[in-house]
Unconditional design. Structure first.
Length: 474
């Protein structure tokens, strides 16, 4: 009987012990589940509150920078006036160089010279093989260079071709000008020869006397631009413009630069490659900055090829720049940071691979006791004397301790640097950059710098959404 009671007591104790163990295990599981649930909700809540971070993979690339401008052409131009009244006839091709004493034009006061030239007395003019080749060359060159974007070149070609045929047909007149004068009336025809040498142009536009101090935005307005073309057999009066003489090969193109950043790219006196879109010809032009109170302008001066554009007042041009190649990143990824400047001797375990080093920072606990904390900081730049570092735990006024010494250095100096947030490690890490070229959307930065970016790095595409050491939720 006693043995049975003892057995019951043991069974009861065993039962209680087992029941208590199960209760403890279930309670612990519930506690862990609750903690895990809270953690999941906390992470999920933070995710909902955080702005989504879009990653951008860095690759080698280049950018095209718009350097195309509308240019205003200026030359050393001199307008020649008529000395008598009557019908004018020209004997030189536009754009040709004439020497002193060459016949330029005649003015017929009676009106009979045109009749004489168009009548039987003028005779038929036969074109030589050389003459035909000149005409064919002009037509061939026009067809080669023609572009729908420059339709005004059709009118220039028209006048050029008229000038060519005029010069050829007038060979007969030049040989017999004395006979013609005596056949009509020596006093009726006023023959005019070149008093100076130069290139001949048969048009004016009011821009001939423009000086640098006169340059303003309105001069670039093509809608209000007017050119007066001089043609054969037109009536002139004494003092009227009859032709224009250009005596120098030196000429210039002026562009307006409204963007101050673009203006800063031009240096006074430097030579630039200027590509003229009309002909695709590239010339070397010396730059001069003009600030006359009417705006900001750049003048490019050339020593050759003036005659190729002698009838053009406006030319579209491109300032040719070498394409920079490097790592291509969006401008939105670039941010400016204040970095701490500290003596290099206070940095230990410097690693170019990880771009970090250790510093010993003097700290004080709640009781005012001094402690020294080792902080692994990010290196952004390093030279023989100073290192630029950054870490959220550091601030101005902190003291750095030199290893195995009583020497201290206070953090008191900062320097601004641009960079991006690298997110390769799952958190935001500032990396400095050097910009080589930039347009409205992208920048080209130097590749494989010691503490900068490398190809295939992943960065935050919008730096305004990120802070240093932020965990990245993509």
């Amino acid at each position: 009987m006693a043995r049975k009671d003892t057995q019951k007591i043991q069974n009861i104790k065993s039962s209680k012990t087992l029941g208590g163990g199960l209760s403890f295990g279930v309670g612990l599981s519930i506690v862990i589940l609750v903690i895990f649930t809270f953690y999941v909700f906390f992470v999920f809540f933070n995710y909902l509150r955080s702005k989504p971070i879009v990653a951008f993979q860095v690759n080698v690339g280049s950018i095209s920078e718009s350097n195309i401008y509308d240019g205003l052409v200026l030359r050393n131009e001199e307008i020649v006036k008529a000395e008598s009244a009557g019908n004018v006839n020209y004997y030189q091709r536009e754009g040709e160089w004439v020497a002193v004493g060459d016949l330029i034009y005649s003015v017929d006061g009676s009106g009979k010279l045109s009749e004489y030239l168009s009548g039987a007395n003028a005779g038929d003019v036969e074109l030589s093989e050389q003459d035909l080749n000149i005409v064919k060359s002009d037509i061939s060159q026009f067809l080669k260079d023609y572009d729908n974007s420059f339709f005004d070149s059709v009118y220039n070609f028209k006048y050029d071709l008229q000038g060519t045929t005029l010069r050829i047909s007038n060979l007969n007149i030049l040989d017999n000008i004395g006979t013609l004068q005596s056949g009509i009336s020596s006093s009726a025809v006023n023959v005019n020869y070149a008093p100076k040498s130069g290139y001949i142009v048969y048009s004016t536009d009011g821009y001939e006397d423009i000086k640098e101090s006169d340059i303003n935005e309105s001069l670039f307005d093509k809608d209000n631009y007017e050119k007066i073309q001089f043609t054969n057999n037109s009536l002139v009066s004494p003092g009227d413009d009859v032709y224009k003489r250009i005596s120098s090969e030196e000429w210039s193109i002026i562009i307006e630069v409204k963007d101050k950043a673009k203006l800063a790219e031009f240096a006074e006196g430097d030579n630039y490659d200027i590509r003229l879109l009309k002909s695709n010809e590239t010339l070397k032009g010396k730059a001069e900055i003009i600030n006359n109170g009417e705006g900001d302008f750049v003048k490019f001066t050339f020593k050759s090829s003036m005659v190729n554009y002698i009838t053009d007042r406006f030319l579209e041009l491109e300032v040719v720049k070498e394409n920079e190649t490097g790592l291509k990143i969006p401008n939105s990824a670039i941010i400016e940071r204040e970095l701490f400047v500290v003596p290099v001797e206070y940095c230990y375990n410097i690693s170019d691979t990880s771009g970090t080093c250790d510093v010993y920072v003097e700290k004080y606990d709640e009781d005012g006791n001094q402690t020294v904390k080792i902080v692994n900081v990010n290196i952004c730049s390093l030279d023989e004397t100073e290192v630029l570092i950054e870490d959220p735990s550091l601030e101005i006024g902190n003291y750095l301790i030199m290893e195995n010494s009583d020497a201290k250095a206070v953090i008191s100096k900062t320097q601004t640097m641009i960079g991006v947030y690298n997110i390769n490690k799952g958190y935001a890490e500032f990396k400095p950059i050097t910009i080589l070229a930039q347009n409205e959307e992208y920048a080209i930065v130097r590749s494989n710098t010691t503490y900068g970016l490398r190809p295939y790095d992943r960065i935050a595409s919008d730096a305004s959404n990120v802070k240093e050491n932020d965990l990245i939720y993509e």
